[in-house]
Design a protein around this ligand. Structure first.
Ligand SMILES: Cc1cc2nc3c(=O)[nH]c(=O)nc-3n(C[C@H](O)[C@H](O)[C@H](O)COP(=O)(O)OP(=O)(O)OC[C@H]3O[C@@H](n4cnc5c(N)ncnc54)[C@H](O)[C@@H]3O)c2cc1C
Ligand code: SF4
Length: 479
């Protein structure tokens, strides 16, 4: 913090009246913004313009990072904002929640030389936040609407990115989503402390103002079949994500207060958005004053432990059957959780859930790492006679997600899916085996990342536009 800022904060504590306080808040904002601006400029000027931009190569969107860093260093923020938006539909969201240590920042040449990475994600967010505050980010204005329509199933990042790109070209777009709000896991998965929901709402509002239609609380399969939707639109995109929680089959599984992670996180997000949530208000999905055990060491597990801490749980423990080095979750998230008071029990595996009607404790066995399995990771093996019991009022299972049975759910048995249940596509065109039906995001990749969903959404838009153009030409020739 600069000396000027510190001086200002000390002044702020001696506020005599309301008017002065208002003025000081304004002054504070100005000084704070200036401070952030200086920080962003300082970080941006650290970019070595290395010539082989590994950061750009390792960003799934191939963002033009060196060029926008240069523009920030030169204080040309409006141009930086334009450049950032040319490859990314949600730069401030990616800037906040991409695992940069595995993507752009982890591959920064300065980081590789051991001098600490340029903070690319936060600069991307800074540029876009500035764009919003200066009103540089505007709804799409199309010159002429094309008389062809696209139906998009799923309002997560893949569906939203595809919709935006196709709308820019002039197509009529309708997005169908089974939840009450658009955003997919950006709204009802990722916790508020990682991604503020207003940032998602701001994006979807912009798309509405751009002429894209949203049909919420509309479940494809229940309200309409895929074949009916195909008749309604010239092309379709399926971007429904993966939502079937993996379960752990143990004695006592039926006990109350053993919850899937997504139910716990969705309830918490809904409360954060001001909704009434019966099962939170009656305590079932609220971790307050409870001894909470989270099973699983991935990113969803980290979101659950950190949410439970914020709900004032009495204690929060995380069980993971391998050791810290082999945890799938981001090292940064594990570190944050540890700092916040989460206790990690590495090499620990639940064996049995104990209780009469609801969970009271978990029988846990110690594990050791054996020889590597086919994936190359050391296989966890139980240590005989090492069992111990842990008290629990709530157990959250965070073991990952699988696709739902889409052909059955959609009433479309001819839709081709893989053994894992993900939709099979032609990798070049992203089209499924059903003509004019494309697919993108987690439902194709399996559980992945927001930035990959955006990439898929953009790529599918390119393919859909090509398909629609050809369809139009064929109909002209036939006429
Ligand atoms: C707890 C959690 C935390 C995460 N944290 C991060 C993170 O920090 N960083 C990161 O990059 N990624 C994170 N991810 C992953 C990321 O959220 C997903 O990869 C991404 O949202 C996938 O986008 P998508 O558009 O494919 O699907 P989704 O975001 O899942 O959206 C799919 C949409 O389809 C709708 N839908 C489904 N079925 C139907 C139907 N039959 N009819 C109509 N609508 C339907 C759903 O309601 C939903 O709105 C996290 C995931 C979880 C679960
Ligand atoms: S989109 Fe993600 S990976 Fe790409 S530059 Fe931004 S933060 Fe890095």
């Amino acid at each position: 913090m600069t000396e000027k800022m510190l001086k200002f904060i000390s002044l702020k504590t001696q506020m005599p009246n309301k008017r002065a306080s208002k003025k000081r808040t304004k002054d504070f904002k100005e000084i704070y913004n200036k401070f952030i601006n200086e920080k962003a400029k300082e970080q941006s000027s650290r970019c070595s313009q290395c010539g082989v931009p590994f950061c750009q190569i390792h960003c799934p969107l191939h963002n033009n990072i060196p060029d926008w860093l240069k523009l920030v260093a030169e204080n040309r923020l409006e141009e930086a904002n334009e450049l950032v938006h040319s490859t990314n539909n949600m730069p401030e969201i990616c800037g906040s929640i991409c695992p940069q240590d595995r993507l752009c920042e982890g591959n920064c040449v300065i980081e590789r030389a051991g001098h600490g990475t340029v903070t690319i994600g936060s600069i991307e967010k800074y540029i876009t936040d500035t764009g919003w505050s200066k009103n540089w980010i505007k709804p799409i204005k199309i010159l002429k609407e094309i008389d062809q329509s696209v139906g998009i199933v799923g309002a997560g990042p893949a569906g939203l990115a595809c919709a935006e790109e196709l709308r820019k070209l002039g197509y009529k777009i309708t997005i169908y989503d089974r939840y009450d709000r658009p955003g997919g896991l950006l709204i009802y998965g990722i916790p508020n402390f990682k991604l503020e929901k207003f940032a998602v709402e701001r994006r979807t509002d912009l798309l509405k103002k751009s002429g894209i239609k949203f049909k919420q609380n509309f479940e494809v399969g229940r309200n309409i079949t895929i074949n009916e939707l195909r008749k309604k639109h010239d092309a379709l995109l399926i971007a429904t994500g993966v939502y079937k929680s993996r379960e752990i089959n143990l004695p006592g599984n039926h006990l109350k207060r053993i919850l899937p992670a997504i139910d716990f996180l969705r309830a918490s997000n809904k409360k954060g958005l001001g909704d009434k949530v019966k099962n939170f208000d009656n305590g079932i999905l609220d971790a307050k004053n409870k001894d909470v055990i989270v099973i699983g060491g991935g990113d969803t597990g980290m979101d659950c432990v950190r949410t439970a801490i914020r709900q004032n749980a009495k204690s929060v423990k995380c069980l993971y059957r391998r050791d810290k080095e082999n945890m799938p979750g981001s090292a940064r998230e594990v570190h944050n959780a540890e700092e916040e008071g989460v206790e990690f029990l590495w090499l620990s595996n639940p064996k049995k859930f104990i209780g009469t009607s609801q969970i009271e404790s978990v029988l846990v066995e110690r594990m050791k790492l054996g020889v590597p399995d086919l994936s190359g990771r050391k296989k966890p093996e139980s240590v005989p006679g090492s069992d111990f019991e842990l008290k629990a009022d709530m157990v959250i299972e965070a073991l990952g997600f699988d696709p739902e049975d889409l052909p059955k759910l959609f009433n479309s048995v001819d839709l081709s899916v893989s053994k894992l249940g993900t939709i099979k596509i032609n990798l070049k065109t992203m089209e499924t085996n059903l003509s004019g039906v494309f697919a993108a995001g987690d439902i194709v990749r399996g559980a992945s990342l927001v930035v990959w969903a955006i990439r898929d959404g953009r790529d599918s838009a390119t393919s859909i536009a090509k398909y629609l153009e050809q369809k139009k030409q064929k109909s002209v020739i036939a006429a």
